[in-house]
Design a protein around this ligand. Structure first.
Ligand code: FAD
Length: 466
């Protein structure tokens, strides 16, 4: 067998604008690709919902790679042993991958790279998932950014590399059967809710730019409306890269200048993702350490009953329950509601942000090694560029502001279907006749609030001030 090139796929499950794959296909030699579900110690294992997404995404990619003559294999185990095995099996002379940025993943990859190199292989890594890598952007003093707004200003001035154009096809092969376990029984809600894979990601972006972008700045905070791009799981698994999004929006603005401000707003949200990766790279493990160390001195409450109620969407606080049920059933939650659910947990319930971050890690299809911990720390107040600790969201007034008719709440908490708009976000304040008419029995058909919002707010302020 002739020598070949091995592409190690990770968070880059796409053909287009995939630098490692494009580089491999430039050689006049067979190309193999492998995905390893890594069990190496120290690397964060994927959560349940993300594994469901991965399964579907790999199945889609398998066919697309075969059309380009690339055979995809799937393995489970320690990449530090699996990868050298595959290198031997495929008689690879070159191994290419796109980089990851978490401290554990980086040192793992560096060790693997030098081991493979000392075996005589050519090993190269590329940027497949960021607009700009963390070491290519710094403050005037040469230090990493800790605040988003100056980071965003600097990012806009940087030359962003254009996505890689069409890649040459090798002769097609028959798509190999991937040895993937079937998704678990609870995954149906997720699989039915989403179109998964690179093709779907492209369609989602095109539809968003055509139909939703114009109203994005005004409607993006309304959880009932389909107003945001819902690109997050596609970006998480690299079914689309941020450069493709960046240039699609820039081209749209060039051809339709009236879209400039909506386009900029959307790109600034994509830049929050870049900022999270900047923090992931430059800080100590952000999923386990508070970025502001004093937050690790807080005596968080251990309250298993409250935690369980929060996880199951049974807190008795409607917008929080709606969000937690949306998450459980679909693997995704609207950004505004992510903030409210995280604030209730870390502030009103004073439960450690890591506990919430872990739950999201396991249940989100877009569970992202940078965005998830950085956002949890933003809400908890422990982050680099965090909301100040005294900003504690009131889920009732937030609900009334962003879900004014209560439709989002009624969609996910059908027990509240009969409640009039005025009380749907605070059923415990409604009088007996209203509750009766709505068929609601607090404490029976729907819980009483598990926490008093006012006194728990004061408790949080007190604790955090100290
Ligand atoms: P859009 O508004 O269409 O934004 C486009 C893209 O920009 C998103 O897909 C995402 O990649 C990026 N983006 C948007 N908002 C943010 C943000 N605040 N921070 C970082 N990137 C952003 N996002 C994840 O991708 N994975 C996570 O695990 C995750 N966990 C979160 C946990 C909490 C507690 C909070 C408050 C937010 C979290 N976010 C996370 C950020 C944000 O909620 C989601 O990115 C967004 O809701 C995804 O929906 P969308 O694709 O429609 O967003």
């Amino acid at each position: 067998m002739a020598s070949s090139t091995l592409v190690w796929l990770r968070n880059d499950l796409r053909i287009a604008d995939n630098p490692a794959l494009a580089a491999a296909l430039k050689h006049d030699a067979p190309v193999h690709a492998v995905y390893v579900l890594e069990t190496d110690r120290g690397l964060r294992p994927l959560g349940g919902a993300a594994k469901v997404w991965l399964h579907e995404s790999l199945a889609a990619l398998n066919g697309a790679l075969a059309e380009r003559g690339v055979r995809l294999s799937y393995r489970e185990g320690e990449s530090r042993t699996v990868l050298p095995e595959i290198v031997r099996e495929t008689r690879a002379e070159r191994v290419y991958w796109n980089r990851r940025y978490d401290p554990a993943g980086r040192s793992h990859d560096a060790a693997l790279k030098s081991a493979l190199k000392s075996d005589g292989l050519a090993v190269e890594s590329f940027n497949g998932s960021l607009l700009i890598e963390p070491w290519d952007i710094a403050t005037k003093q040469g230090t990493p950014y800790g605040v988003f707004t100056p980071f965003w200003k600097a990012l806009k001035d940087k030359p962003i590399p254009e996505p890689i154009g069409r890649i040459e096809k090798h002769a097609a092969i028959a798509a190999p059967a991937l040895d993937l376990d079937a998704p678990p029984f609870w995954a149906d809600g997720i699989v039915q809710r989403w179109a998964i894979g690179e093709k779907a990601a492209k369609t989602v972006l095109a539809d968003f730019l055509d139909d939703l972008l114009a109203d994005y700045p005004t409607d993006r905070d309304l959880p009932r409306k389909r107003a945001t791009s819902e690109m997050s799981p596609h970006l998480r698994f690299g079914e689309i890269g941020p450069r493709q999004i960046w240039f699609a929006v820039r081209h749209l603005i060039d051809s339709k200048p009236s879209m400039a401000s909506a386009g900029e707003k959307f790109l600034s949200e994509v830049a929050w993702r870049e900022f999270s990766y900047h923090l992931l790279y430059h800080r100590d493990d952000i999923a386990s350490h508070s970025m502001q160390e004093r937050f690790d001195e807080i005596e968080w409450r251990a309250d298993a009953k409250a935690l369980h109620a929060w996880q199951k969407g049974q807190t008795g606080i409607p917008i929080v329950d709606a969000g937690m049920r949306q998450l459980w059933q679909t693997g995704w939650m609207h950004n505004r509601v992510r903030m409210l659910t995280a604030s209730l947990l870390t502030k009103n319930l004073l439960i450690d942000w890591r506990t919430g971050e872990n739950w999201f890690w396991d249940t989100l299809v877009d569970a992202d090694p940078a965005n998830n911990p950085a956002s949890w720390q933003w809400v908890a107040g422990s982050g680099a560029d965090a909301a100040p600790y005294f900003r504690i969201f009131n889920p009732v007034t937030q609900g009334e502001k962003f879900d004014p008719g209560g439709d989002y709440v009624r969609e996910w908490v059908p027990e509240l279907k009969g409640m009039p708009d005025k009380w749907v976000h605070k059923p415990w304040l409604a009088d007996a006749a209203t509750l009766d008419k709505a068929g609601l029995k607090l404490g029976v058909t729907y819980p009483e609030p598990i926490v008093d919002l006012k006194s728990s707010r004061e408790r949080a302020l007190d604790t955090l001030k100290r």
